[in-house]
Design a binder for this molecule. Structure first.
Ligand SMILES: [Ca+2]
Length: 510
C-alpha cells in the first residue's frame, strides 16, 4: 500500500484567518482546568455551583462541541501549547517521574513563537510538559519550582502570583497561562486530603487553610451521574467530592479575573477557558470516546461582544488554540520541519466564528492517543464529524490499560468488585468489553450519541466508513504519524523509499 501524499492539497485549507481589529494593547489569558468536565450550569448542570464560570460565560462565546486532541494530561497540554497532535510533537505520554515523555527539541511552541515577537509570557500552576527549551516562559511558577498543591490548588497563592505577573511589566503585551490542578483526583498521591483533594485548605484540622476559598459541599444523592458512569453510592460519593473541588477551581477563576480587572486588562484580553481531558471516570480520561474528549470551552473576546453569552455549535479542537492566539496577536506561524517533514498547523483560528463567519472546510475533529502512563501503550486514532465517529484501536489485541490514579478510586474499585462478585454494576458497559475492543469502531452519533453500538460491519455505512478511513489516513500523513501503517503494516520511508513511502505487510496474518 502506498502512503498517499496530500500535503500540498491540504495546505490551502489551513491558512490562518486574520480578522481582528486593532486595539491598543492585546493580551491573552489561557485557563486550563485539570480533568474538568461539564460540572457547571454553563453547560446545564444546575447542581454544581460555579458562579464565576457563569460570569465568565456571560462575556464569552460558549462552545458546545469542543474536543481535546488527546485525553491525557501531558499530551493534551503539549497539543494546547504546540498546536500539533501528540504523535507529531513527540509528547506520547505523561511527562512526570518514570513516564518521562518529552516533545521533540525542534517543536516551535506557542510561548517560544510569541516571545520572539516581543510578547511577555507567564505560566502559573500545572505545566506538565517539557523539555524546558521547547516550552520556555518568561515567568514560571509551576510544579517544577513549587509544590503542585500550592501553585495548582491554593487559590490565594494563585491570586498573588497573578498579581505579581501583571504588575511586573506594564509595557509589553502578555500571554498568561494558568494551569489549575483542580479538579484532578489526588487519592493516589495525597489521600489524606480526600479523593479529589477536596479537603485541602478547607480549614479542618490538619488540612490547612486558604482564606479565599469557601468550600461548597454536596449531598451524593443530589449529584448528576453522567451516562458513562455507574449510578452507585460509591460513584456518587466521588462525584460529590469532585464538585467540592470544582468550587475551588471556580472561586480561583473568579480571583484571577478580578486581578485582571484590577490591573486594567479585562477589556483588552482574550480569555480561553477549557480543560485538558475528560473526567477521571470510566470511559472518560484516556479514552477517545466522546465521554473522554468533549471539553468545556469558553472564548471571551472583548472585540466580539455581539457573541457574548451565545452558544457556538461548530466542532472545534484544542489544536485550534495556537492558531487562535496567533491570529489575535497577528503573528505568523513559522516555517520549519520536524522529522524531515514540513510542519503544518491543522487547527484553525476560532476568531472568524465570533464574527458569525463559517470556516472554509467541513467540520471534522481528529484525535490521537499513544499512552498515558508509560505502561499504558494503547495507540488510537480517530476522526469525528458532526454525525459519525471512526475509531482505530491499533493495539486491540491487548487489553485497554487502567492508570494508577483511576484504579485506586472508589468508582473503579466499586466497578471491579461488583464485576468480580457477579452483582449488577449499574454501568452501561461491562469491564470485558471495556478492556477488549475491536480494531475499528464506528458510531452513528445522530442515533447513538453514547457510542453504544459499533456499526463497523453494517453495510449501510460502507461508503462513509471508507471515506472516513481515507480522511484519517490523509491526516496521519500530513501530521507525520509514525503509526500510519500500524498495526498490520511496516512503514518504509527512508533510503530507497525516501521519496515514495510505503506500508509493507509484515504478514502478521499468516
Ligand atoms: Ca488532566
Amino acid at each position: 500500500m502506498k502512503v498517499k501524499t496530500f500535503r500540498n492539497g491540504f495546505v490551502s485549507t489551513f491558512i490562518l484567518f486574520l480578522t481582528v481589529d486593532s486595539i491598543s494593547s492585546k493580551n491573552v489569558l489561557i485557563i486550563i482546568a485539570d480533568d474538568a468536565g461539564f460540572e457547571t450550569s454553563v453547560y446545564n448542570n444546575t447542581v454544581c455551583k460555579t458562579p464565576n464560570l457563569n460570569k465568565l460565560a456571560e462575556r464569552s462565546s460558549i462552545f458546545t462541541n469542543a474536543f481535546t486532541s488527546v485525553s491525557s494530561c501531558s499530551p493534551s497540554r503539549s497539543v494546547i501549547l504546540s498546536g500539533l497532535p501528540q504523535h507529531q510533537n513527540g509528547m506520547y505520554g505523561l511527562h512526570q517521574d518514570v513516564h518521562h515523555f518529552m516533545s521533540f527539541d525542534g517543536v516551535e511552541s506557542l510561548p517560544k513563537i510569541i516571545h520572539k515577537a516581543g510578547i511577555r509570557t507567564g505560566i502559573i500552576g500545572k505545566k506538565h510538559v517539557g523539555p524546558e527549551t521547547v516550552y520556555p516562559f518568561d515567568f514560571e511558577e509551576t510544579e517544577e519550582n513549587n509544590s503542585i498543591l500550592q501553585v495548582g490548588r491554593n487559590i490565594t497563592n494563585i491570586k498573588l502570583l497573578v498579581r505579581k505577573f501583571l504588575s511586573q511589566d506594564k509595557s509589553s503585551p502578555f500571554l498568561l497561562y494558568i494551569g489549575f490542578h483542580d479538579p484532578h483526583r489526588c487519592g493516589h498521591t495525597h489521600p489524606q486530603y480526600g479523593q479529589f483533594c477536596e479537603k485541602f485548605g478547607d480549614g479542618s484540622p490538619g488540612m490547612g487553610f486558604m482564606p479565599d476559598w469557601t468550600p461548597l459541599t454536596y449531598n451524593p444523592d443530589d449529584v448528576i451521574v453522567p451516562y458513562f458512569v455507574q449510578d452507585t453510592p460509591a460513584a456518587r460519593r466521588d462525584i460529590a467530592a469532585q464538585y467540592t473541588t470544582i468550587s475551588r477551581l471556580d472561586q480561583g477563576i473568579g480571583l484571577v479575573l478580578r486581578e485582571l480587572e484590577i490591573a486594567g486588562y479585562l477589556d483588552d484580553t482574550l480569555i480561553i477557558y477549557t480543560s485538558d481531558n475528560g473526567i477521571p471516570f470510566p470511559n472518560g480520561r484516556t479514552n477517545l470516546y466522546d465521554s473522554g474528549i468533549t471539553e468545556p470551552f469558553l472564548l471571551s473576546s472583548p472585540l466580539h461582544r455581539s457573541t457574548w453569552g451565545m452558544e457556538i455549535q461548530k466542532l472545534v479542537s484544542h489544536v485550534d488554540i495556537v492558531p487562535t492566539v496567533l491570529d489575535w496577536f497577528k503573528i505568523q506561524y513559522p516555517q520549519y520541519e520536524l522529522l524531515h517533514n514540513p510542519v503544518i498547523l491543522t487547527g484553525r483560528s476560532l476568531l472568524p466564528l465570533l464574527c458569525n463567519k463559517d470556516r472554509e472546510s467541513e467540520e471534522v475533529i481528529f484525535t490521537s492517543h499513544n499512552l498515558h502512563e508509560v505502561t499504558m501503550y494503547y495507540p488510537m486514532r480517530s476522526i469525528r464529524t458532526k454525525h459519525f465517529k471512526l475509531l482505530h484501536n491499533l493495539n486491540y489485541l491487548m487489553p485497554f490499560q487502567i492508570d494508577q490514579d483511576f484504579f485506586i478510586s472508589n468508582t473503579f474499585q466499586d466497578l471491579l468488585n461488583r464485576t468480580r462478585e457477579g452483582i449488577s454494576t449499574h454501568w452501561y458497559k461491562n469491564l470485558k468489553q471495556y478492556y477488549y475492543r475491536s480494531q475499528w469502531e464506528f458510531f452513528d452519533l445522530s442515533t447513538d450519541p453514547q457510542e453504544r453500538i459499533n456499526q463497523i460491519k453494517n453495510d449501510k455505512y460502507t461508503e462513509i466508513i471508507k471515506y472516513l478511513k481515507e480522511q484519517l489516513h490523509q491526516w496521519q500523513n500530513i501530521t507525520s504519524d509514525a503509526w500510519i501503517c500500524q498495526p498490520q503494516g511496516i512503514l518504509e520511508n527512508k533510503g530507497y523509499y525516501k521519496n515514495s513511502p510505503h506500508c509493507f505487510s509484515a504478514g502478521y496474518g499468516v
